[in-house]
Design a binder for this molecule. Sequence first.
Ligand SMILES: N[C@@H](CCC(=O)N[C@@H](CS)C(=O)NCC(=O)O)C(=O)O
Length: 269
Amino acid sequence: MRALKGLEDAISVSVVDPYRDEDGWQFTPEKEGCTRDHVHDADYLRELYVRADPDVTCRVTVPVLWDTDEDTIVNNESKEIMRMLDTEFDEVADHTVDLYPDGYREEVDRIIDEIYEPINNGVYRAGFATEQEPYDEAVDELFSALTHWDDVLADQRYLAGDRLTEADIAMFTTLVRFDNVYHTHFMCNVQYIREFDNLWPYLRDIYQTPGVGETVNMDHITEHYYTTHPDVNPHRIIARGPALNFDAPHDRDELAGEPPAALVSSAKR
Ligand SMILES: N[C@@H](CCC(=O)N[C@@H](CS)C(=O)NCC(=O)O)C(=O)O
């Protein structure tokens, strides 16, 4: 969302080490693709949580949106941060892009809610299940939801119809990790996304939307999941495949709708 809105100059991004040990998220700028903490040069993310609230007892999670004026955490819930970046920063955004447009808002909220439990959270419910029944239930719900959206996407370019919206970003974050991580590490192995007729081209379409693909670091994604959950993968071996070509043509532009004009023109500049 930061890239789609052109907020790179207004909001810096600090990238933690994808490997998280018992001390939690760490800043290791020497490692490929990682950065220092641009705001306070902390070694661990928990230092920032404590700075925001010395009595903090919550889990130390990413992402975090930090307010440099107030010197505190604004929010650590990704869906809410996504909405804030989309709707609250237009004065400092480089692109005139609105992914929560009037006329679509109810539908966008409905879809974000509808995909959260079976899809975004469903992969975690399957992967962290410690009994057969909850695993089966999560996998059933996950694949029936994916099949439903695969059908919907046969006739429309985006989840809410002909416009790219926040709902697509919410779906994208799960789909882009799916075949390399959730399929194998979280045992969501009924089908790969690349085997779905519409979800796979749709995933490539969102990936190829100017600004989006550059934010995906598949090495970080795979290192994080395969090395950080010892209960699930005690030997921390990183599964290698599959090699997906997210840049392959997708032909979704034959359907009604197109990426926001401001993105297309800024990509051509
Ligand atoms: N509600 C949060 C959950 C974030 C979350 O669980 N993040 C994971 C990374 S995938 C994390 O930081 N986990 C660390 C932990 O649970 O200790 C959101 O979706 O933004």
